[in-house]
Design a protein around this ligand. Sequence first.
Ligand SMILES: NC(=O)c1ccc[n+]([C@@H]2O[C@H](COP(=O)([O-])OP(=O)(O)OC[C@H]3O[C@@H](n4cnc5c(N)ncnc54)[C@H](OP(=O)(O)O)[C@@H]3O)[C@@H](O)[C@H]2O)c1
Length: 243
Amino acid sequence: MPVSLSGQSVIVAGASSGIGRATAALLARAGCRVMASARRAGRLEQLRDELAREGRDIGIFAADAGDCAAMEALAAATVERFGRIDILVYATGNNVPDRSLERLTPKIWDWMVSVNLSGAYYLTQAVIPGMRAQGGGHLLYVSSISSKKPDVSGAAYQASKRGLNALAHAIRIEERQKGIRTTVINPGLVDTEILDKRPVRPDPELLAKALQPEDVAEVILDMLQLHPRAVVTDLDLMPTWIE
Ligand SMILES: NC(=O)c1ccc[n+]([C@@H]2O[C@H](COP(=O)([O-])OP(=O)(O)OC[C@H]3O[C@@H](n4cnc5c(N)ncnc54)[C@H](OP(=O)(O)O)[C@@H]3O)[C@@H](O)[C@H]2O)c1
């Protein structure tokens, strides 16, 4: 029997598009109090307005995940609005067309690691003291199947995603006795805007077989609805027809 998430306070980072947007909307419809964050304020406002038309009131907070002070401010604004934070979904992620080693620069490397990995650490450090004090919480990180299987997504992307999985597992081992659950989900191809940053966008035939962001959001909801005694630690979610 799924546990109701009604009234749970959630930060969804990376909520302006794709998986994060679908997750923020689904969690709001499941009764969560949602704080949606990303850089593009206009996209966040659109999401807020769309949900408001359904009678769902969410908070929005524009912030760059690579900025530690901004991630602390996001956590503080969420506590100020909702009183606590029960769940963090870190769906922030980025990539660049210049991803091959021949084109990668130290500047791109540092930026990719800051967004895909360091931001998750910054935001976790900002939310976890409250979770410890309240005796529980759920941290869920959207990584990638590229964290497990070498591919052509680029060294910076794969290194940062492998790092994200390591971060998630290290947190779980250290924090589980405090009732804090940690989950990392590794999707395969999902039809979202991040694909526009590939050197060549996947052809329509392949995209037709990809996951949709809602597929990932539904799995996230399922994992968050488990009884607090149970946690999915690491889950691969693949499109049926694509390896
Ligand atoms: N699509 C796939 O095939 C696939 C497969 C495996 C894993 N993933 C992972 O899934 C996660 C979600 O990506 P998506 O596929 O849903 O792509 P997406 O639609 O491009 O979403 C990425 C989200 O991250 C946010 N973001 C990017 N850079 C940011 C920054 N510096 N600061 C704050 N927010 C930032 C974006 O918002 P702003 O631009 O408004 O800041 C957006 O909300 C990523 O971690 C991605 O690596 C995707």
